[in-house]
Design a protein around this ligand. Structure first.
Ligand code: ADP
Ligand code: ZN
Ligand code: ZN
Length: 735
């Protein structure tokens, strides 16, 4: 094919780490006339055969025409990736400067990336038949297993999945037998559609009503809403009623929640309200389940899709509303590889699709609040708790010079005692897991340190191990000091495990639940613990920030914050914002129904104005103070950052690489500022030295244009071979 016609080259995004498209000729054989953007194609790539996404026709290629190859085949007969997702991926690739092939690959399940067809595997379940229902148990006297099976089915008239039967310990043989006798029959599972009880909508209060109406009024246009309601103000009820309106128009809804927020209780709340297919998309799904979920969203069958970060790319042809719950949550930002922010991408998605999006939070990110103040987002406020619940009473407890027993002051111990005696639950928040953050030699002052990170290792008493919380490496517990050989090693400082020991000693007659990364390692253990807390099995709850995330524990009346001060000492400019959000979210777990809640905050800085604003004024006041500081220091949201990171086994390689990057732009315009290269806040992690280069601009486009010019040159640099490097646009963790 010598004379290429205009626009007869195929532009293909291939899932490789290169910031470019690849060009191919049409296949020799027929079958590509119907080719449309978003379809998968098989292409020769070097020695390999890869799968790419066709993104459009073009007339130009930087490859000589004679060297162009033909694609091998077209896989799909309809676009797999819809127009709005393609647009979203193009935008994301551009904005985050991440290879388009990998961005697209991120947007659909592994099995499809491997070229498998988009088939939906219908889940089946077994149901009791009329015959099965009428079996007389007397005739089965000598077959207890058959009786067990029939009784179990009678308790579940909706049917049972193979998995449920397996969990119940019912063997395949007995299922086959029952099926042969026609006691049970297979049918397509509709378990998501059928709930035994449906919940009715609540009567909204005026603030909620105003919010729902405003969202409904925007049903066919792009509009961002910030639903800013104090904890327990009924944001979820607003979501549910806004969703009801969208479902009536036969449209689909996407709900993004933080990682820890996607609990069975959350999903249940949606399923109990709507008689439509509600699907959850999370990291515990198997690849086949993921493909199924994707396919059912793609076909329009799923009406409400609830998912964590990556669900922002879900195919939803009739999407009519997006909700981002707890929009300030850090888990929406992907912290490795493709470093996107799901909330920001969700906004872009709503923009491309021309639909409304609701960002909900009691403690919005300063970036979001700023946009609402500028009038770019509509600010909906729910200033009071819904129903009979009131906001908790806050008291700041000065612990300077107070005797502390494993971090607990006497007034706190007394308060806990009172609440427990009344049959209520108490919650203690400490954002540090393990027994103690330091293991110290009493003789010489030596401390156990992770050799791969140069940071102290945390002592875990239960496991009798030392654990580095930065790189996850573990070591056996030292029996003697590595430096002087003495055996007197002391645990210094307080972690959740130690707090648990202290509480067990003080309150031996109560049951304690500890919720942190160590106690919830096993799959499903978070769900179990949450359920046990809800049912009242445990009276004392200890936890890290896992406890802070949106849980509804009606019987918790006391929340104590063991150490409110850690946020004051971080070098990250976002540390105070995060501290405020976390403290208010934790505090928000108290008194969520009729019984009024109490929050006690232990601090060495009782007069700190920010603590005062947070607890005695409002988050708005607190945020306004922080925003004023951000203006004065020209920090986000009043400026924009990009961060180059480099890691290498030798620090000079990482330094050298970023020095070279910096040389590329030193003469550039005054609209940019930079800092570095300097060692990262964690200068070494998992044996690699880490260096960073920060770039700051007062205008987003300035920064974007600059990065666009810079990247092709970086790609050509030889020094990049010796490092692992990345670019983070709008980094959430830095300095
Ligand atoms: P948020 O998400 O803002 O923390 P939720 O939506 O979980 O708050 O609501 C907190 C509690 O208030 C829930 O128990 C909910 O059922 C109740 N609630 C919400 N709206 C109303 C209302 N309009 N009337 C009565 N109770 C309500
Ligand atoms: Zn020693
Ligand atoms: Zn380490």
């Amino acid at each position: 094919m010598k004379n290429l016609k205009l626009n007869s080259l195929l532009q293909i995004a291939v899932g490789v780490p290169l910031r470019r498209y690849f060009h191919y000729l049409p296949p020799e054989v027929k079958g590509w006339e119907n080719l449309q953007p978003g379809m998968r194609v098989r292409v020769p790539f070097g020695q390999r055969e890869l799968i790419g996404i066709f993104t459009g026709f073009t007339s130009q290629s930087d490859i000589e025409a004679s060297k162009l190859k033909s694609i091998i085949s077209v896989i799909d007969d309809k676009p797999l990736i819809s127009k709005d997702i393609l647009e979203l991926c193009f935008w994301a690739s551009d904005y985050y400067h991440y290879p388009i092939g990998e961005v697209l690959a991120h947007s659909f399940p592994l099995l499809l990336r491997q070229g498998k067809p988009l088939a939906i595997y219908q889940d089946h379940c077994w149901c009791l038949t009329e015959t099965g229902y009428n079996v007389d148990f007397v005739t089965l006297k000598r077959a207890p297993r058959q009786i067990e099976l029939l009784s179990y089915f009678k308790k579940h008239p909706q049917g049972l999945s193979a998995k449920q039967l397996r969990l119940q310990g019912i063997s395949n043989a007995i299922i086959k037998l029952a099926s042969r006798k026609e006691w049970i029959a297979r049918r397509a599972s509709k378990s998501e559609l059928m709930q035994e009880k449906m919940n009715q909508p609540l009567t909204l209060n005026i603030a909620q009503q105003t919010a729902v109406s405003a969202i409904q009024a925007a049903s066919n246009i792009f509009q961002v809403f910030l639903l800013n309601g104090v904890t327990g103000s009924g944001k979820t009820e607003v979501y549910l009623q806004a969703i009801a309106n969208v479902l009536q128009d036969q449209k689909q809804v996407l709900v993004l929640v933080p990682e820890i927020g996607l609990t069975p209780q959350t999903i249940q709340r949606f399923r109990e309200r709507f008689a439509v297919s509600v699907m959850a998309l999370h990291s515990h799904l198997s690849e086949r389940e993921r493909l199924n979920a994707w396919g059912r969203a793609h076909s329009g069958e799923v009406r409400i899709l609830i998912g964590t970060r990556s669900a922002v790319f879900s195919p939803l042809p009739h999407l009519g509303l997006i909700i981002v719950d707890e929009e300030h949550d850090l888990s929406f930002k992907q912290q490795d590889n493709f470093r996107y922010h799901a909330r920001d991408l969700a906004i872009m998605r709503a923009y491309f699709k021309k639909i409304p999006i609701v960002l909900g939070s009691a403690t919005p990110a300063l970036e979001t609040l700023h946009k609402a103040q500028q009038g770019k987002f509509i600010h909906l406020q729910l200033p009071e708790r819904a129903g009979a619940a009131q906001l908790p009473q806050f008291s700041v407890l000065d612990i300077r010079n107070k005797r502390l027993e494993e971090g607990l002051s006497q007034p706190i111990l007394e308060e806990i005692q009172q609440h427990l005696q009344r049959g209520e639950q108490v919650m203690l928040f400490l954002n540090r897991r393990g027994f103690s953050p330091i293991l110290l030699c009493h003789a010489c002052g030596w401390m156990a340190v992770c050799k791969r990170c140069d940071k102290r290792m945390t002592y875990h008493k239960q496991k009798q191990r030392l654990h580095c919380h930065h790189c996850d490496s573990q070591a056996a517990l030292f029996v003697q000091c590595e430096n002087c050989g003495e055996k007197e090693l002391h645990p210094i400082g307080l972690g959740t495990e130690r707090l648990e020991y202290a509480l067990r000693k003080n309150f031996p007659h109560y049951s304690i639940a500890r919720l942190d990364r160590d106690s919830t390692q096993r799959k499903g253990s978070i769900e179990t613990l949450l359920q046990e807390i809800q049912s009242g099995k445990h009276q004392i709850l200890i936890g890290t920030q896992m406890l802070a995330k949106g849980h509804h524990f009606p019987n918790v009346t006391l929340v104590t914050i063991i150490d409110a001060d850690s946020g004051f000492f971080s070098s990250d400019f976002r540390a105070l914002e995060r501290m405020g959000q976390l403290l208010l979210q934790v505090a928000g777990r108290a008194g969520r129904v009729e019984k009024k809640g109490k929050v006690i905050i232990q601090t060495h800085h009782p007069d700190h104005p920010l603590l005062h604003q947070l607890f005695h004024e409002s988050y708005q006041q607190f945020a306004t103070t922080l925003l004023r500081e951000r203006v004065a220091t020209a920090l986000p949201p009043y400026s924009f950052f990009a961060l180059f990171r480099a890691e290498a086994h030798e620090v000079r390689h990482a330094m050298h690489f970023l020095e070279e990057v910096k040389k590329l732009f030193c003469p550039d315009s005054k609209a940019l500022q930079w800092l570095g290269p300097i060692p990262a806040p964690m200068p070494k992690r998992a044996g690699r030295h880490r260096v960073q280069l920060v770039i700051q601009a007062t205008q987003r486009p300035t920064l974007q244009n600059f990065l666009k010019k810079l990247l092709p040159d970086i790609e050509k640099m030889g020094s990049k071979q010796r490092v692992r490097w990345s670019l983070d646009v709008d980094p959430m963790e830095m300095f």
